[in-house]
Ligand binder design. Structure first.
Ligand code: EPU
Length: 419
C-alpha cells in the first residue's frame, strides 16, 4: 500500500469536495491545551499528521475522540505533563505548536527539536526568541528544548527572518501570549489564513486578540480560556492542487467547499496561463484548455504564491510549451521532486533557488519516489498526464496532507490505485 499506480491520460471531470485545512487544524488542536473544559472542532481532516497531534495531546492529558459526524472532541483531563514524546515529535514538525500552549498553561514545556526534513532547514530560533521575549527561560540540551516561566509578561516582539514571517512561530507566540500578563504586540506576524483561523479560535475561547489577518497582532493577556466549538476552514493547498490537476489534465472540475478569497495567487497564475476559472463564495470551477502559456512565479508568504503549491505548479509547467521559471523564496531547497520529474522526461534546470522548465509535449510513465508531502502531490499530477503507467513509491507522505486523494481523483475519472 505504499505505492500508487497511475495510468495517465484521463481528463478529470466532475465535482470534488475540499476537506478541512490541515495547517489550520494542527495548531488549533494544540491550542486546546490552553483551555479548561471541552472543545468541539468540526471539519478536521482524517490525516496522519492529525493522528500524530492527537497522540501527542493524549500523552499530555488531553483526551481527543472523533465523533460519527467527524468532529473532534477535545477535553483537558490532566495538566501535569509538560514533555511531548520525542518519537512523535520527530514524525512531524508541526508538533512544535504544543510549545507555546504548554509554557503558558503549565509553566513548563519540553520538546525534542522537530528535526530537519527534505524540504530544507527548518529552524525554530524565532519561536524561541518570541518565548524568551515573553519571559521564558530557554535551555537546550541533548537535542531537547526546555522552557520554563512562572509567569509570562507581554512584550513587543518582531518575528521575521530573511525568508519573511513565520507561520508556526507566529502561532506559537500568539498561543503563549494569550495567557501572559499585559499586552503583547507581534510585529511582522504571518497573515496566512491558518494563522487568522487560530486567532479566531483563541478569541472564541476567551482570548483578546486584535489585528487578526494583519502583520501586527495585539494580544491582551487574560486569566483563563474556556472550551468552545469551531469549524475549520477548507484546505487552500488541497484546493490549489485540484485546480492544477483540472487545468493540467485539460479537464473540467467543480470544487465545493473552496474559498477563492484564499486562493487568489493561484487563480491569477492559472488564469494568466489561459485557464478559465469561475469563482463563487465557496465554489470554484476550473475549465482546462488545450493550449497554455508559460509563466514565471516566485513563492512568498501569503497572499503571495504559496510554497506548498510550488512543486505542483512546476509539475504542470513541464508540459506547457515555452520556458517557465519558478523561484522558491521560502524553502530554497524545496526541489527534491525535480530529479523524479526528470526521470519522467521533464526538461528542468535548477539554478540555486530557481527552476527553469522547458515544456515538452508529454511526460512518460516510470517508477518515481516521493520524498515529502507536496513532492508526492507533484508526482501524482505528473502521473495523471504521463503516457503509460507511473508507479509512485513511498507514497505514505501523501496521507499526511491529502484526505482520500486516491478516492477523490478516481471519482473524477483518474485511473489511480494503491498497490
Ligand atoms: N524560519 C526561521 N526560523 C524560525 C522559523 C522559520 O528561519 O524559527 C524560516 C524557515 O526556515 C522558512 C521560513 O522561515 O524559511 C518560513 O517558515 P515557517 O516558520 O513559516 O514555516 P512553518 O510554520 O514551519 C508552515 C506550514 C508549512 C508551510 C510553511 C510556509 C504548517 C503545519 N506548516 O510551516 O506547510 O510550507 O508554513 O508557508 O502550518 C506543508 O503543509 O506541506 C508545509 C510544509
Amino acid at each position: 500500500m505504499d505505492t500508487l499506480l497511475i495510468k495517465g491520460g484521463k481528463s478529470l471531470r466532475g465535482t470534488v469536495k475540499i476537506s478541512g485545512a490541515k495547517n489550520a487544524a494542527l495548531p488549533i488542536l494544540a491550542s486546546t491545551i490552553l483551555s479548561r473544559g471541552t472543545s468541539i472542532i468540526h471539519n478536521v481532516p482524517q490525516l496522519s499528521d492529525v493522528d500524530v497531534i492527537v497522540q501527542i495531546l493524549s500523552s499530555l492529558g488531553v483526551a481527543v475522540h472523533r465523533r460519527s459526524d467527524q468532529a473532534l472532541v477535545c477535553c483537558v483531563n490532566e495538566e501535569t505533563s509538560y514533555a511531548a514524546p520525542s518519537e512523535l515529535v520527530k514524525k512531524m514538525r508541526a508538533s512544535i505548536c504544543v510549545l507555546g500552549p504548554l509554557l503558558a498553561k503549565r509553566k513548563k514545556a519540553r520538546i525534542a527539536f522537530p528535526g530537519g526534513c527534505v524540504i530544507g532547514d527548518r529552524p525554530i530560533d524565532l519561536h524561541l526568541k518570541g518565548m524568551e521575549a515573553l519571559g521564558a527561560h530557554v535551555q537546550v540540551e541533548n537535542n531537547h528544548i526546555e522552557l520554563t516561566a512562572q509567569k509570562l509578561n507581554g512584550n513587543s516582539i518582531y518575528l521575521g527572518s530573511s525568508f519573511g514571517s513565520t507561520v508556526l512561530g507566529t502561532a506559537n507566540v500568539m498561543m503563549a501570549a494569550v495567557l501572559a500578563r499585559g499586552k503583547t504586540t507581534i510585529k511582522n506576524a504571518a497573515c496566512e489564513p491558518e494563522v487568522e483561523e487560530l486567532a479566531k479560535f483563541l478569541n472564541k475561547m476567551g482570548a483578546q486578540i486584535s489585528g487578526i489577518g494583519s502583520r501586527t497582532l495585539i494580544i491582551e493577556g487574560v486569566d483563563e480560556l474556556r472550551g468552545t466549538e469551531h469549524r475549520i476552514i477548507s484546505d487552500r493547498i488541497e484546493a490549489g492542487t485540484f485546480m492544477i490537476a483540472a487545468a493540467m489534465t485539460r479537464g473540467s472540475v467543480e470544487l465545493l467547499n473552496a474559498n477563492p478569497l484564499y486562493l487568489q495567487s493561484i487563480i491569477t497564475t492559472l488564469k494568466k496561463m489561459g485557464t478559465v476559472i469561475v469563482e463563487e463564495s465557496n465554489r470554484i470551477v476550473v475549465e482546462g484548455k488545450d493550449n497554455y502559456l508559460p509563466v514565471s512565479i516566485e513563492t512568498t508568504p501569503y497572499p503571495g504564491f504559496p510554497t506548498d503549491l510550488q512543486a505542483q505548479l512546476t509539475s504542470m509547467l513541464t508540459i506547457i510549451p515555452g520556458v517557465s521559471c519558478v523561484t522558491e523564496k521560502i524553502y530554497p531547497h524545496r526541489f527534491a521532486y525535480v530529479k523524479e520529474l526528470l526521470k519522467m522526461g521533464a526538461c528542468i534546470e535548477q539554478k540555486k533557488a530557481s527552476v527553469y522548465i522547458e515544456g515538452i509535449k508529454t511526460l512518460k510513465g516510470t517508477t518515481v519516489f516521493a520524498s515529502d508531502l507536496r513532492a508526492s502531490a507533484a508526482l501524482v499530477l505528473a502521473g495523471l498526464v504521463a503516457v503509460g503507467e507511473t508507479q509512485i513509491k513511498q507514497i505514505h507522505h501523501i496521507q499526511r496532507g491529502y484526505e482520500n486523494l486516491q478516492v477523490k481523483l478516481s471519482y473524477l475519472g483518474a485511473d489511480i490505485n494503491y498497490k
